[in-house]
Write a protein that binds this ligand. Structure first.
Ligand SMILES: C[S@@+](CC[C@H](N)C(=O)[O-])C[C@H]1O[C@@H](n2cnc3c(N)ncnc32)[C@H](O)[C@@H]1O
Length: 370
């Protein structure tokens, strides 16, 4: 453990040099919170080259554990909703469900939150409790409320924070509902992604207060947005950019795909836009806003690659394949998904493919503007 102070200092120096830590007050808070104290249960390291992704446990006594705690890396701490590192020997191939976010993103977000002394902050997604701990050191534990969906994750965070003498209000439950008992908040910060910013967060934020959250969706493109809450109960603000990605809030995870559609049916036409435009993050972000229920998959069928969008709720699908240099789309269901995607991209291209977006939230819903 003797290397720990040096590793911690090197991390803080790197975060400062890289621009994530920009103010003295957050720097002091980060200096006072040792990240390894939130990772005593170990973490999962991604197995290099494994497809699909596989994860191997790294426990506290393993070589490299402490160094990883002070590297600027996200460290997965739970897989498939229940599995923690000591549960596994070898490898596991399931989705991560909790992690300690990479410190540069944690600190960048805390700086972007634009807090002042004495502000009340609501955090959604306690995770390991590391970011909660930094918030406590910056604002005082009496000003920090943090919500974690998963009971076991919440219990481990509570224990880690308690060992460091920090006792913020920790709530176990669905953070999408906020925590009305502690409202109004000056700031809401989410360290899980959302498809739409929940009305409860806006209702529980003081007018003039801010909500910082990663907005994304089931096409897998997300961005950090900072919304200001207005007197009339609406909220708006810029998408800050940087292709920030978080695991989605658990109740907003995509539904199972169910039976795949029969791709031989539907209406066929030549596509105006090729399916591989969705490989680009920002293009995907733009399309996702037009077809928010769509999930994307690629299928190999009869030697041909099919790029498929499926909207489980409306029962709609679109499948695209390339033939002799042309893209063909077949689609069916209540929503013509590729028509909607092409129309959205048409508007975006006509505006010159701007990369700066704003979001407005009113009782009618969430709208993106460029
Ligand atoms: C990336 S981790 C949080 C990282 C954490 N802030 C840290 O510094 O370690 C995201 C967390 O959000 C939690 N989560 C997901 N959906 C949630 C919800 N609806 N309400 C509260 N927490 C949620 C997950 O269980 C997970 O622990």
């Amino acid at each position: 453990m003797s290397d720990q102070p040096l590793l911690h200092k090197q991390l803080i120096d790197a975060l400062t040099a890289g621009g994530s830590l920009r103010t003295e007050s957050w720097k002091r808070a980060a200096e006072e919170v040792p990240r390894h104290a939130f990772l005593h249960g170990g973490f999962f390291r991604r197995v290099r080259g494994a497809v699909p992704a596989a994860w191997a446990p790294v426990l506290e006594d393993d070589v490299g554990w402490l160094e990883a705690c002070y590297a600027d890396e996200s460290l997965v701490t739970q897989i498939a909703g229940t599995i923690v590192p000591p549960d596994i020997r070898g490898q596991i191939m399931r989705q991560p469900t909790s992690s300690s976010t990479l410190p540069s993103l944690v600190l960048r977000m805390l700086e972007d939150l634009q807090v002042d002394d004495g502000m009340q902050v609501l955090e959604i997604g306690t995770g390991t409790g590391y970011s909660t701990g930094v918030l406590c050191r910056r604002l005082g534990e009496e000003n920090v409320t943090s919500i974690e969906y998963d009971e076991d994750v919440a219990a481990r965070a509570r224990a880690a924070l308690g060992r460091l003498g920090m006792y913020p209000t920790l709530v176990t439950g669905d953070g999408l509902l906020g925590h009305a008992e502690g409202a109004p908040y000056d700031r809401v910060i989410a360290t899980c992604g959302v498809r739409t910013v929940p009305a409860a967060w806006i209702e529980q934020t003081r007018p003039g207060g801010m909500i910082l959250a990663t907005v994304g969706g089931w096409l897998g493109a997300s961005e950090l947005a900072r919304l200001t809450v207005h007197d009339d109960g609406t909220a708006s603000g810029p998408v800050l950019g940087g292709q920030v990605s978080f695991m989605l809030a658990r109740p907003q995870l995509p539904p199972p795909l169910g039976l795949l559609p029969d791709l031989g049916t539907g209406t066929e036409r030549e596509a105006i836009v090729a399916a591989d435009v969705l490989d680009d993050w920002t293009t995907r972000f733009v399309v996702q806003a037009a077809v928010p229920g769509a999930q994307r998959l690629t299928l190999e069928q009869d030697g041909q690659q099919q790029h498929v969008l499926v909207d489980v709720e409306s029962g709609s699908w679109a499948a695209l394949y390339s033939e002799n240099g042309r893209w063909i789309v077949r689609q069916d269901g209540a929503v013509a998904l590729w028509d909607a995607a092409e129309e959205q991209l048409g508007r975006w291209h006509a505006a010159g493919t701007p990369e700066e977006f704003t979001i407005t939230i009113t009782p009618d819903g969430q709208t993106y503007h460029w």
